[in-house]
Write a protein that binds this ligand. Sequence first.
Ligand code: GLC
Length: 650
Amino acid sequence: MVEYDWRPEQAVKSLNRILPEVEKTFADKIGQAPDEWHKFKNRLHREWERLFIYLHQLYGWQYDFFYTLQRILNTLVRYWLERPAELKLLDEKREADPCWFLSEKVVGGVLYVDLFSDNLAKLDDHISYFKKLGLNYLHLMPLFAVPKGDNDGGYAVSDYRAINPDIGTMEELSKLAAALRDEGISLVLDFVFNHTSDEHIWAQKAKSNHPDFMAYYHTYPDRELPDQFQTYLREIFPTVRKGNFTWCEEMKRWVWTTFNSFQWDLNYQNPKVFRAMAEEMLFLANQGVEVLRLDAVAFIWKRLGTNCENQPEAHTIIRAFNAMAKIVAPSLLFKSEAIVHPDDVIQYIHLDECRLSYNPLLMALLWEALATRETKLLEYSMRHRYPIPAGCTWVNFIRCHDDIGWTFDDQDARNIGIDPAAHRTFLNKFYTGENPDSFAKGVPFQFNANTGDVRISGTFSSLAGLEDAILKQDSELIEQAVRRINLLRSIMVSIGGIPLLYIGDEWGMMNDYSYLTDPTIVNDSRWVHRSRKRWNAREDLTDQDTLEWRFFHETVKLFDLRKKLPALQNGGMEVIHTGNPHLFGYLRAFKDQKILIINNFSEEPQTMDAVHLNACGVKDDVMNLINNDVLSSGKDLVLNGHQSVWLDIS
Ligand code: GLC
């Protein structure tokens, strides 16, 4: 017998009880915009049931649950009232076209404001540069107030409503958001909601033993519980410190710190934390942020006896945030940053949760195939791991501000005869240059002596062989590196999803070892690819004899081409059989446009035979859209070393 679900009815009842009170509180303001209020109420009624259910799952057992509901509704109305008129217009526009970000026209970029232009004010002068590149999605790395010295590259936030004074002010940020919006560029920011810095006002109050604020974090008087938890936990930054708890002398208690000791994990079992962070989220949305990158989603709920990653409540929290955003700021989208096992990554991708997700598996496997010159793991994994729910999309990247971890599935590897552990060891040796045959100049990140695990830092160009080739002053090796870079970029742009350019890669930024002389970051090799140097290379972009110019123009050319091909919008991506272990191919299609993309991961020319081509629908003569070469039907196709072709087989 199906059990009666009392929740929908109770959801309606509680809304009917609470709403009149809230309407009374805000009567003046609501009275000024009756039509708008009507629209808001429609959204509220539409989303409330699921919000109620999520909140009940999280906090229903607490005696003051009805109070939590009241406060949440109050928050919703308050932040909606504060939402600027132009953003309400944007909400309407997005509601009329909710899948806008699936378009082939959408191309993203990500940068650190301080490294790129020193501050927000100067960033404004570079909007034309973003336009020249063809970007319409711009992610600014964390720029909030943070502790001086090491602050994990901005991921230890002391105040979500204040910008780091070296970078600018909140007013400048919302102005910039408006300026970008006027140019058709959506602003993307991080929502670092797993932890705050230990200088956040909540942490400071906790340190002064204020019980309400101690309850914002996970704190323990002794090692009893931390030791029980620790048995199951992964260490994220093992070279920096041991264990996931930090002793706080002021409080005389242990604090849960998944990442660095100055990053205190928030306690979402406390409904006040949920509401306070929901308010920070809505505040950011009201500054004009269109996409929030949900940082470190995997870690937000703790459960004894588990590794405290990807717990069901983590999803419930994000869905509850999502429902609140849909009511107050319906144009806001979430992108999940789950750098975990691919089975877990996919769980965050849902219309009601995160419609965008980083694609760490594709990123890692592109580097894997570049090292092995073989595509079987990439091909096998993408065949069954690429599909995600309709209306959602991947954000594809080659490099970002973080390290590369080999997050492929062990069983996937075994199924095609690869020993996963030995393969990871090979890849680590390859990318840290320990392997004498390697072209890559990577730097190890977070070597864990207990597990032997390590991850890789380094820029796109340095990992693809350019740094080594330039050091050797070998023009053939330089050309090979350029071809590797073009190959990976081509896949990022065409495979389906939003391509995300790590700004600097458009002109071939290489490793910068100066972090080794800075004591605050010397232990964090990720700074090798967060370079402050050589940004003036942008000025070389007019000199056609430079590599920088070539990279820039190849990047722009590919972005432009993508925007002309509806088949490259989000949607079907079908991995094809190429019949050659060095080739990786896929079909992209929309309506009557069909494009077959084939990529050669070897330095040597490789052939896809006519039989396999024919099986993919190559019937007549077809054109390679990248260089307008024509391929005769019925013949084998020979790809040059590291060549990528986009064949129009419509
Ligand atoms: C995310 C960020 C990473 C940071 C961590 C802790 O994984 O990408 O740079 O160190 O969260 O906030």
